[in-house]
Ligand binder design. Structure first.
Ligand code: HSE
Length: 437
């Protein structure tokens, strides 16, 4: 049976998951593929810590360049993370004509175009299934299963850390920081976790999905991004009472003449499938013009789920190496190369949840309603509770769809009203009435 040599750069959470998966199922994989993946070398700065895995002598090294150059290494697996050293290693491997498998969404979101070009030039490929959706083979589904479709929309819960935090805050009433610490201990979070919490990790994944869908590298600047930092229990409770959950969403929509793209925390109906995606699970809802609605679900983070996706890429790269397939055009990106225009954030139409803290005095509510009306924001429901603390009246408003610019202007005016006693809170609300989510 043909052997293929694998060199792994980075022996952290995911690196160890890949090795564990190959040790556990290497024979099974070899039997299925007719190719035996063999881990020849592993590079990490720490070659001392016990990962609980039996690694043969001589495999571990601190010298990544030696792993890349090793003649027995046919495929380089980049699991270093970050965008500096990881980029150098990726370039070194590609320059030598070796395919690179990576889970590094930040690297591809920031430098994908130049790395794909280098891979093209050297007639090899970059494989990155693990970069989006952890263990869910969503990119493979997109580039193979949906190849005949124009993608109409993609909605995704793409960050395991945030989804884990949101789920435990909601179901167990735990504070944000405590749950974040658990997510880190479970190996879900990026280093630093700010990339998760502030939505940047989700945005990296969203631009990769959008690039794959629309055939052009999508710049990060095209994706207005916010996260879940500072999310309060109060908003989770309010959402719950109104029949919603708060989820960090990636939203990608093909409109008539532009693509709408954003990452933001949003209220989603509990009754929708997307509202039932909990813990570190991710889900991607993708609609094609021929296939209609499709859904992909699974563990979005963690050692073995991400390891599973990396292994699938190792085997695809191995088959390409053996068949001398050269640049796998459908993997590095779709080749349509449409020039895309992105809907400016101000122009996006959305529903919103507003939480206001108003003074307990006659006409306070009327003033707010007047401002919303003047900015063409139609109110769908208002809840004002009788429990007041410190003279503040909490008011929750759900709106119909309006333009983001109108929301921004209305909120500025509301903040300026003397009856507005604390900074208002605003989230998008997606009811998915017309989408199969
Ligand atoms: N930090 C990421 C997450 C890991 O929580 O989803 C997978 O990309």
């Amino acid at each position: 049976m043909r052997e293929i040599g694998v060199g792994i750069l980075g022996f952290g959470t995911v690196g160890a998951g890949v090795v564990e998966g190959l040790l556990q199922n290497g024979e099974l994989i070899a039997g299925r593929c007719g190719i035996r993946p063999v881990v020849k070398r592993i590079a990490d700065l720490d070659i001392v810590s016990d990962r609980g895995l039996a690694i043969p002598a001589g495999v571990l090294t601190t010298d990544a360049a030696a792993v890349i150059a090793d003649e027995e290494v046919d495929i380089v697996v980049e699991l270093v993370g970050g965008t500096t050293i990881a980029k150098q290693f990726t370039e070194q491997a590609l320059a030598m004509g070796k395919p690179v498998v990576t889970a590094n969404k930040a690297l591809l979101a920031d430098h994908g175009a130049e790395l794909y070009a280098l891979a093209d030039e050297r007639d090899t490929g970059i494989y990155y299934e693990a970069a989006v959706g952890g263990g869910i083979p969503v990119l493979r589904a997109q580039r193979e299963g949906l190849i005949g479709n124009r993608i109409e929309h993609i909605f995704g819960i793409l960050n395991g850390t945030c989804n884990y935090i949101l789920t435990r805050m909601e179901l167990e009433g735990l504070p944000f920081d405590e749950v974040l610490a658990d997510a880190q201990a479970l190996g879900y979070a990026e280093t630093p976790p700010d990339l998760d919490i502030d939505g940047i990790d989700t945005a990296h994944k969203a631009v990769l999905l959008a690039s794959m869908a629309y055939g052009a590298p999508v710049p990060m600047e095209a994706c207005p991004t916010s996260g879940i930092r500072g999310l309060s229990k109060e908003d989770i409770l309010n959402a719950d009472e109104l029949g919603y959950r708060i989820k960090l969403l990636a939203i990608i929509k093909q409109l008539d003449d532009a693509v709408e793209l954003s990452v933001e925390a949003a209220l989603v109906p509990k009754s929708a499938m997307i509202g039932s995606v909990n813990d570190s699970f991710n889900a991607v809802f993708m609609k094609g013009d021929i296939v209609d609605d499709t859904m992909y679900y699974g563990r979005g983070a963690g050692r073995l789920p991400t390891g599973s996706a990396v292994i699938s890429d190792i085997m695809e790269a191995a088959a390409d190496v053996i068949q001398e397939a050269g640049t796998p055009t459908g993997i590095t990106m779709m080749r349509e190369r449409e020039v895309l225009s992105y809907l400016p954030a101000d122009e996006v139409r959305k529903r919103c949840y507003l939480r206001l803290s108003l003074a307990d005095e006659p006409g306070a509510m009327a003033q707010v309603m007047h401002v919303l009306g003047e900015h063409s924001i139609n109110v769908a429901s208002v809840v004002q509770k009788e429990q007041h603390s410190d003279g503040l009246v909490p008011v929750v408003v759900l709106t119909e769809q309006a333009r983001e610019r109108d929301f921004c202007e209305a909120m500025k005016r509301i903040v300026g009203l003397s009856i507005c006693l604390a900074e208002p809170v605003r989230f998008r609300l997606e009811d998915f009435e017309d989408e199969g989510c």
